[in-house]
Write a protein that binds this ligand. Structure first.
Ligand code: ADP
Ligand code: 5GP
Length: 197
């Protein structure tokens, strides 16, 4: 991984906690951050664009990239669908002098922390389990069966919150983003604070 001022920030937590939403707001506020686009074998959701939310790959293409050691980490998640962080995505962002934000489920977050000791891991939690369920049901991007599977995983993931460097409860969006931004800025030192909005 190239050197430089950039850091690796790993946002993790259960599906539906609001990781994607919080990260989107954070990136709008902090131009010195960029999100790495992961690869996945899951199908596109309406509104998603290949290369923007994910690189959507076939099983065979995902396997080929595994064989070529192109992933920093990869996992099988809900319904056996696979997700992985492409080394080239992270390297490109760090080489451009930015810090890199990853959004990973908890196993991937632990793997990145093991591989990159100075990565900063943040567990994004929903305020309650019933609110998590409500958000997943309202988001309506998965079938009822998949929502149940994600909630089952979430119960386990919520017990792991303390294994990460920080925990941010995404209760009220604006407040949670501001807390997260404060953590990021503290880890970056004074870099980029002139860009604060
Ligand atoms: P994740 O990326 O963790 O799976 P999303 O960012 O997709 O979660 O958020 C799940 C749903 O919850 C979305 O419909 C989103 O609009 C909503 N959401 C996110 N943050 C909040 C919040 N603080 N309060 C209420 N709803 C939220
Ligand atoms: P979704 O299908 O809702 O987009 O993502 C499901 C889960 O996969 C989320 O918890 C998300 O954080 C995680 N995820 C997305 N990309 C990666 C990745 O590259 N590696 C790992 N380990 N998890 C990922």
């Amino acid at each position: 991984m190239p050197g430089g001022a950039g850091r690796l920030f790993v946002m993790t937590g259960p599906s539906g906690a609001g990781k994607g939403t919080v990260i989107q707001w954070l990136l709008e506020r902090r131009p010195e951050l960029a999100a790495a686009v992961s690869a996945t074998t899951r199908p596109l959701r309406p509104g998603e664009i290949d290369g923007r939310e994910y690189h959507f790959l076939s099983e065979a293409e995902f396997d080929r990239r595994v064989a070529e050691s192109r992933f920093l980490e990869y996992v099988a998640y809900v319904s056996g669908q696979r997700y992985g962080t492409l080394r080239e995505e992270v390297d490109r962002i760090l080489a451009a002098g930015q810090s890199c934000v990853l959004e990973l489920e908890t196993e991937g977050a632990k793997a990145v922390k093991a591989a990159v000791a100075d990565a900063v891991t943040v567990f994004i939690a929903a305020p309650t389990f019933s609110e998590l369920r409500r958000r997943l049901v309202d988001r309506a991007t998965e079938s009822a069966g998949e929502i149940d599977e994600r909630l089952e995983l979430a119960r386990r993931q919520m017990t792991e919150a303390s294994s990460f460097d920080h925990v941010v409860v995404n209760d009220e969006l604006e407040r949670a983003v501001t807390e997260l931004e404060g953590l990021v800025v503290a880890h970056l030192g004074t870099i980029g604070t002139l860009n604060r909005v």
